[in-house]
Structures are given as C-alpha cells and as structure tokens.
Write a protein that binds this ligand. Structure first.
Ligand SMILES: Cc1ncc(COP(=O)(O)O)c(C=O)c1O
Length: 374
C-alpha cells in the first residue's frame, strides 16, 4: 500500500487489504490498565518498544506515566530517538566497537541505558564513551532462567566492579526471564519468576559484597509482570506485548490476579478465492509472522492454515456451531500469532477508532523502528 491510499475519516470497512490496523480504543485501555497497575504498585514502567517500534505509541505510554521505553537494537534506539523519544534502555549486549561508538553518540542526545554481560563489553563501552565524552546507565544482565544472555549471579559483583572502575554509571541489574512469558499455566509462570527472584537476590548480594549499591532491578514481560511486581525486588517493569496482545499471549491461561488486556492489533484481509470447503485470503506470512503459530480469525470459528507468502487458507473449525465460510470479497480480521515480528513487516499502522466493523481511520502512524535489525 502506498502512503496516500488511506484517508483520515475513512471507514475501516473500506480499507484496502492486507492492512495492519490498530483498534485504538483497545490500545488506549491496555496502556491505561498497565500504567494504573504500575502506579498502584509504586513501580517504574518502561515498556518494551520492540513490540510496537513506534514513537506515537511510546508517547501515549509516556503520557500515561512510563519513564521511557526499552529496545533491543542500537538501530531501534536511533530510529526512536530521531522520532523524538527521550529516554531509552537498550536491554541487550553490544560488543562491536562500531556499534558502541553509535551508542556513545546517541547518549549525547538522550538519556540512554544499556545491558552488559562481559568484561569485553564493559571495556568497549568505556572506550567509546570516553572517546565521545558521554555517559550511559549500565545494567549488569544476569541469567535468571532463560539460558540466553546474562551472567551467573555470583559473578555480578565482579562485573559491577569493572563497570564502576572503568568510570561508568552502574544503574542496576537486568533480570528478564523470556522463557517464562508463555508458560501456559499461571503456577508455572509464578514458579519460574520465583526462581528469577532468587537469582536476582543472589546477584544483588554479590554486588553488595563487592562494596557497591545496586540501584534498580529491572525486567518482566506481559506473561509474568504480576510476579516481578509482587516480589518486592523489581523496581521497574519492561512488559511490551500488553499494548497489542497477540494470539500466543491470549493462549496463556490468565492468572486470577492479573489485569486483562484486549487484542488491539489486527491484520485486515479479504477473501480472494473460494473453494467448496475453503476460502483463500490475501494475507500470508508476508503480512503476519507465523513463528508463534497461526493467527486467530477474529470472532469466527475458522481455522487459518498457511498458504504461503501471500495466501491464507480458511476452513470451518471441526464441530463449530453454525459457521459458514466467508464470501468472496468479504473482510476477515486476523489476530496475529506474534505481534513483534508482524509489526516488523509493515511500514505503518492504520489507527481505527470506533471498532473494526463500524469505526473510522483516526490516524496513520509510521513504524519508525521497523526493519532495524542492527
Ligand atoms: C529484555 C526484554 N524485556 C521485556 C520484554 C517484553 O516482553 P513481552 O513483549 O512479552 O511483554 C522482552 C520481550 O522479548 C524482552 O526481550
């Protein structure tokens, strides 16, 4: 779709397909709900912008009380800074001197944080910051159960000491447990975060034993944030997907004490071909990511099967009550299986107010950090 083919005030029903659409009423409720939760628990909220990659949404989150956003990539930070986002934490390790120079330069423009999990990373960061004459908040990342980045808790004190002795600002511990987010049962997620909290406490003790203060423990995602919040240890929440709620998150069995979030991100598609027992829509994995499974067909008892880059195949779900296949030309709304990589496939959001069926286009928001992989 070219940039000019969507009009403000246009009925959502007439949008060309495939289109990445935000139900802005639902988005606003999600943002308000998480902001209220963080306020009630006296926690800082720094939502992860790897979900939306968009300065307009970062601004809505900041207006609701967020202290800033997180990103994963230096180029995501650069894109959001260029779009006016003033406070960013790169929750990831960077060791390439060329990228570290970009980090140091960015730190001259906004408040910036970054994670480290190696002496090499600390030295490279210190060199780049010294050359450019800037400073960042440095978070020592610990592995709280994912088995990805992060050091063992006993090593936290030594690395924190290296941070400080290289003249850097020790801002705290990065303690995010990614694998816990989509454990389906609430008790499993709770147990995983209890483990993360034990690990983070041990890391804090290691930092204290090194004679240093750990100002903040930060982490948490949409699947587990209630447990980090209740731990009394975490001071900042990084949940991101709550703004959109993809199908994979909706498949989690909710915890009874958790706020509920609504689907706010959709791909509008159209039936372009009909068989006797299937309908073909114009949205394949060029329009939405399949890494976390298929999208849900919104408010229909239809199953989605991947039909390739540009096609999706819909069939009536076995045993579905009184369902019929949509007609040729009919609109179908998909709830993406995984929001972050789906967003990465599009240049912009079409922002609809008043519901998907009867609403109208209120805005078009660029996805500035789309494609920022470096
Ligand atoms: C470091 C970090 N923090 C927070 C999040 C946000 O998690 P979610 O989108 O599941 O809410 C992510 C997501 O991958 C992450 O990598």
């Amino acid at each position: 779709m070219s940039a000019g083919d969507v009009r403000i005030g246009q009925p959502a029903a007439t949008l060309e397909t495939p289109a990445l659409v935000i139900d802005v009423d639902a988005l606003e409720r999600n943002i308000a709900q998480m902001a209220a939760y963080a306020r009630k628990h006296r926690l800082r909220l720094r939502p992860h912008a790897k979900t939306h990659k968009c300065s307009a949404i970062a601004k809505l989150q900041a207006d609701a009380g967020a202290v800033g956003v997180c990103v994963q990539k230096v180029s995501e930070a650069e894109a959001l800074v260029a779009a006016g986002v003033p406070d960013i934490f790169i929750t990831n390790e960077v060791v390439d001197p060329v990228k570290l120079r970009r980090v140091a330069e960015l730190a001259g423009r906004v408040r910036l944080g970054i994670a480290v999990d190696s002496g090499l990373g600390v030295l490279g960061l210190a060199n780049a910051l010294r050359d450019v004459g800037t400073m960042v908040d440095v978070f020592v990342e610990i592995d709280v159960g994912q088995g990805r980045c992060g050091i063992a808790p006993v090593a936290a004190g030594a690395l924190a000491h290296q941070v400080v002795s290289n003249g850097l600002r020790l801002a705290g511990l990065q303690a995010y447990h990614g694998r816990a987010q989509h454990l389906r049962a609430p008790a499993e997620r709770e147990a995983a975060i209890h483990h993360a909290v034990r690990v983070a406490r041990a890391a804090q003790a290691s930092i204290s034993a090194a004679g240093l203060v750990c100002p903040l423990v930060t982490g948490a995602g949409t699947g587990t944030f209630i447990h980090e919040a209740e731990s009394g240890l975490y001071g900042e929440l990084q949940a991101g997907s709550y703004v959109f709620m993809d199908r994979d998150y909706a498949d989690n069995e909710p915890a009874s004490t958790s706020p509920r979030f609504e689907h706010a991100l959709f791909v509008k598609a159209q039936v372009m071909s009909r068989g006797v027992a299937h309908a073909v829509i114009d949205a394949g994995h060029k329009s939405h990511a399949l890494d976390s499974g298929p999208p849900r067909v919104w408010q229909r008892h239809l199953d989605y099967q991947n039909g390739g880059d540009e096609h999706g195949i819909l069939r009536i779900r076995a045993g579905a009550p009184a369902e019929s296949l949509p007609d040729l030309g009919a609109a179908v709304w998909l709830v993406p299986g995984h929001c972050d990589p789906t967003v990465n496939l599009h240049d912009r959001y079409v922002v609809v107010r008043g519901g998907l069926d009867d609403g109208v286009v209120e805005a078009v928001w660029p996805i500035e950090a789309r494609g920022c992989v470096q």
